[in-house]
Design a binder for this molecule. Sequence first.
Ligand SMILES: Nc1ncnc2c1ncn2[C@@H]1O[C@H](COP(=O)(O)OP(=O)(O)OP(=O)(O)O)[C@@H](O)[C@H]1O
Length: 256
Amino acid sequence: MIEINNLSVLYEGNTVESLSDVNLSLQKGDFICVLGKSGAGKSTFIRCINGLQKPTSGEIHLNGKTITNAGENQLRKIRREMGMIFQHFNLIPRLSVLQNVLTGTFGYRPSFKNLVGWFSAEEMAFAKSVIAEVGLSEMMDRRVEQLSGGQKQRVGIARAMVQKPCVLLGDEPVASLDPGTSNRIFTLLKEMHERLGLLTIINVHDIDLAKRYATRIIALKDGKVIYDGLPKDFTEAEYQETYESQSQEYYFGSEI
Ligand SMILES: Nc1ncnc2c1ncn2[C@@H]1O[C@H](COP(=O)(O)OP(=O)(O)OP(=O)(O)O)[C@@H](O)[C@H]1O
């Protein structure tokens, strides 16, 4: 589904690459958690996949279409297929839940319709059904600035789902949320992932979440892939290599 060949990124002014010769084949059905310590290249990786960051060299293909050298028009079409959720939600605070979710349809609409804010009955009905799926039907008309962090991320997920994506990308989507809320958001993401047969790729700092929900873990270190495999095989040795420190479990035993 997504093929990544020899991907490297050297930001202007840097002497060290932020991604270095990354080669991966990512398949429909993979629920991938990308791990790595701060600065390892996780955000750069996600930003390359959705075309926000041009690589210095290498290519990314989504279902045969090249993302990395696509022009604006082509990129817009490709981006429709990729829903994205963010750490800080990237919602419009003064707009309602429904209005925010409807912005997810913009990639499919002629721009004059976006300007006048006209939505078809079908678009409205679909947006409302997705809002129901994320459990926010009661709050449809509430401004998002009045919601909790977990509720805001549910709006973010609904906005991504309204795009009818085949790929869901998340750049630290639970980093601002408490552990219980993070778990509920991951449960929702996994349910959507399975029901819609997505490829899901999420950057996360929480190794427990990755081990509980991912079907595949990719670990980055200094811009290189140092682990690509099953969560169960990501053990203390892999943890230490990724984070250059020992896990809490190692210090306290497996009872914590
Ligand atoms: N726009 C930029 N210009 C220059 N260097 C950058 C830029 N964006 C990121 N970098 C550098 O690239 C490296 C990887 O950054 P990136 O944000 O991808 O890491 P990360 O793993 O997502 O980190 P974090 O977990 O802290 O978000 C870092 O050394 C960072 O300083």
